[in-house]
Design a protein around this ligand. Sequence first.
Ligand code: 13P
Ligand code: SF4
Length: 330
Amino acid sequence: MNQLEIAKSQLEVKGYLDLPINEKDIIAKIQELKKEKNAVILGHYYQDGAIQEISDFLGDSLYLANAAANTKADMIVFAGVHFMAETAKILNPNKKVVLPDLNAGCSLADSCPPNTFKEFVEAHPDHLVISYINCSAEIKALSDIICTSSNALKIIEQVPANRPIIFAPDKNLGAYLQKETGREMLLWDGACLVHEAFSMDKILMLIKEHPDAEIIAHPESEAHLLKLAHFVGSTTALLHHVQHSTHHKFIVATEVGILHEMRKNAPEKHLIAAPAKENNTCACSECAFMKLNTLEKLYLCMKYELPEITLSEELMKKALAPIQRMLAIK
Ligand code: 13P
Ligand code: SF4
């Protein structure tokens, strides 16, 4: 049985019978469990609004990694995806880290299998390996330093000009960073499905309809969209931009969950989610992995302390150093 199957069977044995009936009751139970278990909920901006609201720390990947590094809680409940919970576990090997749904993976992390990446790194022994945090613990262990979209520019700018760089796993973010820094880097050929799902045709139609709108985009998006964008930045940078810009209307090209916090922080602004190629429920781009987490699963995972993230001591030790190097950069 794999970890997910074990977690499922354990939950089935204990039963879902005591699941509170409505959202208000579930939220009240989660609040009780937080106190009872000295638990902290770390929530990413791409989670459903209700989960964002109940999170103790809400933010982007870098903010949440810092929150995990500094928490005094006994149990970390990660309302995000697997690589984020793994990072929290690596930073807290002696704490319990749980993820509401163990299937909450990441297409970008999946696009970088450890065996092939190891061969790639070994073929370029003189290169400094910078990996985006959206990767597995095994990839982190093969890296020299980790970055997020918030600090990648700063990290690359600190690398001596004569040191060749491997950047993994996101080719779109990598290409954007090459353009911004003027540094040639060897790029791993990975990508995020969600940020590659935007339809240029539909966005161009939206621009015609709303010529006064600014296009803002996450750097995981493809180059042709980034070229069109008036502002490119990490999730937090996009949020700040909407709040502080003098513009009133924005077409937002990133995962639609961020609009929840944007609307709260800038209720007077007009926000339009950039449309995706496929017609889906929201006509925007949603991360199906992030959305696997629900309030019900959050409650159950806090109650039964499952599914739990477990990693070998050796892997955690190897993956910790590159994460700590990133966190040391202010
Ligand atoms: P940030 O949270 O660093 O902006 O990354 C976006 C993302 O895709 C998270 O999976
Ligand atoms: Fe991964 Fe993309 Fe989802 Fe972020 S939005 S978790 S990069 S698939």
